[in-house]
Write a protein of this length. Structure first.
Length: 279
């Protein structure tokens, strides 16, 4: 299908004038934010360096003006038709994002009457009303042929994923938070799990560590936690604060690689994985 033959009907492709105006105002606001960040004497705004804000706003400004240009001058081109369809498809998310942004501005008590607060407030308010009044998309009809082919492909892919035994995606989802945490620690922070071990005597993990050592070397009713054991309300309620469950878990982990300060983190990771997988 050539560009000239694209006939976008009123519901699926024709971009309303008010959407074009909203996109234009949004593009101008990103330009204003770029100028304010560029001229700001502050080194950071809300903890974000002004240099980073300038770079992000500059990229957003270029993209926004490109979208506005094709919206106004090439409305029948596949690119603006696809962008407009995406906006309609994610209209609910746009509303949620806009409301979260407005709540954030009100929470930090930024002066809405100032340029620094008024521009993003108007932009977020405009985004909310755009998402609120846009017509939802029809998934049985697409303005561009390749979008229909992609939707069919995606639907088949989802069906294949759903046909996989439930325990496989369950394991993936259960371990995903642990993988993300480790990536942030090792790659993002340049640290290691061992850097987050017990730091003081009153740290809970250090207490568990001492309990385990006492349990391993001295047994019950003696050693470090003997006073708590003597006051336990039931014979099985050794080690005081509830039950010996954590002690047994730590002991099982310690039998494999040997006890390390980061094992409390490993234990918490294990509890998190079991909880997510069970859910």
């Amino acid at each position: 299908m050539s560009i000239q033959n694209i006939e976008a009907d009123k519901d699926d492709g024709l971009i309303p004038i008010w959407v074009k105006l909203a996109a234009t105002i949004s593009a101008l606001s990103t330009g204003a934010i770029f100028v304010l960040a560029l001229l700001s004497a502050q080194e950071a705004l809300f903890g974000i360096p002004t240099g980073l804000i300038s770079a992000l706003s500059f990229g957003s400004m270029l993209f926004s003006f490109a979208v506005v240009a094709v919206f106004w001058f090439f409305p029948n081109h596949p690119f603006p038709i696809f962008i407009y369809w995406l906006i309609r498809f994610f209209r609910e998310l746009l509303c949620v994002f806009a409301l979260l942004g407005i709540v954030t501005l009100l929470t930090v008590r930024i002066p809405l009457a100032s340029l620094r607060g008024g521009i993003p407030f108007i932009d977020l308010l405009l985004l909310f009303f755009v998402g609120l009044f846009l017509q939802p998309v029809k998934l049985d009809h697409f303005p561009l042929p390749w979008m229909e082919h992609f939707f069919i492909f995606w639907k088949k892919a989802v069906q294949k994923i759903n046909s996989v035994p439930a325990w496989i995606p369950g394991i993936i989802v259960a371990f995903l938070p642990i993988v993300i945490i480790c990536l942030v620690i090792y790659l993002g922070l340049g640290a290691r799990l061992s850097d987050y071990g017990p730091k003081s005597f009153w740290n809970d993990e250090l207490s568990y560590w001492i309990w385990l050592r006492s349990f391993s070397q001295a047994g019950f009713n003696s050693g470090y936690n003997a006073p708590n054991e003597l006051l336990a309300r039931a014979p099985f309620n050794h080690y005081g604060e509830g039950s010996p469950l954590n002690i047994y878990l730590y002991r099982a982990v310690a039998q494999l690689p040997g006890w390390r300060p980061q094992h409390p983190l490993h234990s918490k990771f294990g509890n998190l994985v079991l909880a997510i997988f069970s859910f």
